[in-house]
Write a protein that binds this ligand. Structure first.
Ligand code: SF4
Ligand SMILES: [Zn+2]
Ligand SMILES: [Zn+2]
Length: 314
């Protein structure tokens, strides 16, 4: 029986052990496996097509640093593709500026143009303004909704055809389980490897090429490639539910290696079936801001109004 101390099949010392495949890999073979898996995900689901401008969303964290590096490594020789990096600055003092500095370093290293868009410029508020205003919804609800909107409008402004997110398999599986536990089939339908089809050109599709990699694999890759990363934690983090689901999933993966990938694969099949029977009306434009939305007013307008009301009653 092979042990965790066994060498890689190429004979080099083992650096990474993949329990679900019972594989011992050296740094070189591990990096090759990661790159092959990402290339396969992109090809299989046609996540990136010919002649596209690809916007990589970078925050300074390990996952987005890995996504940036992989997009550069796999596609830098494709003359029909144009890579650009986009960072959203939510206005979180003592945290986001370190992430932006890390993004700048990686973008300079790979010679990828880097653009920063701020909540303050787009919405007139920062997350530091909002945090603490609304205990019921919590800061992460505001941050997620506003970030999503800003990434979409930033991508449009930069002429980006597709947005690349650094979500890994752990993120995907957590979202699947959270949607199931909340009974949220509307969100479930927007998951899966391929973005939901929409005829609205105002909506820039988002893809997640790292979704077949475990979190510890994206981290190991980022370390192996010596990427600059911001490892601090946001001071406003309030993801109690996600943390509970994450811990449960980590336990399962430890006891039953492969569980995370199974959750993602099974949910992909479910999402495909849900989409076949999806009879929801297509998204329309918010009557207030004109952005694509499934409700009217859109979530962004509702949340910004809520902030105004909270501020005026304080
Ligand atoms: S932890 Fe919450 S507030 Fe902080 S960056 Fe993440 S989503 Fe935004
Ligand atoms: Zn090897
Ligand atoms: Zn709106």
């Amino acid at each position: 029986m092979r042990t965790a101390a066994d060498p890689c099949t190429c004979g080099r010392p083992s650096a990474v052990y993949l329990a679900y495949g019972k594989e011992h890999l050296c740094v070189r073979c591990f990096a090759r496996l990661v790159e092959k898996r990402v290339r396969t995900t992109v090809r299989k689901h046609r996540l990136i097509r010919h002649h596209q401008r690809v916007g990589v969303c970078v925050s300074g964290g390990k996952d987005s640093a890995t996504a940036l590096h992989l997009m550069h490594r796999l596609y830098r020789k494709r003359s029909d593709l144009d890579l650009v990096a986009i960072t959203v600055d939510e206005g979180i003092a003592g945290y986001r500026e370190h992430g932006i500095a890390a993004c700048r370093e990686n973008c300079a290293r790979f010679d990828i143009p880097h653009h920063v868009f701020t909540f303050h410029d787009a919405f007139g508020i920062t997350m530091d303004d909002v945090a603490g205003l609304d205990d019921e919804l919590g800061p992460c609800t505001y941050c997620g909704v506003l970030r999503r909107r800003l990434l979409n409008s930033a991508a449009r402004e930069l002429g980006v055809d597709v947005l690349v997110l650094g979500h890994n398999a752990d993120d995907e599986a957590q979202s699947v389980l959270m949607n199931l536990l909340r009974g949220d089939d509307r969100r479930m339908i927007s998951m899966g490897p391929v973005p939901p089809r929409t005829a609205d050109p105002a909506w820039i599709p988002r893809v997640r090429p790292l979704r077949a990699l475990l979190e510890r694999e994206t981290t190991a890759y980022a370390v192996a490639k010596d990427l600059t990363m911001e490892l601090g934690e946001c001071p406003h983090v309030t993801r109690a539910f996600r943390v509970a689901v994450r811990d449960m999933l980590k336990d399962l993966e430890h006891q039953y290696p492969g569980s995370t990938h199974t959750v993602v694969r099974t949910s992909d099949r479910l999402v495909a079936r849900l989409r076949e029977h999806d009879d929801r009306p297509p998204a329309t434009a918010c009557s207030s801001c004109g952005e694509p939305s499934s409700g009217d007013p859109c979530m962004v307008c509702s949340l910004l109004k809520r902030v105004q009301e909270k501020c005026s009653t304080d």
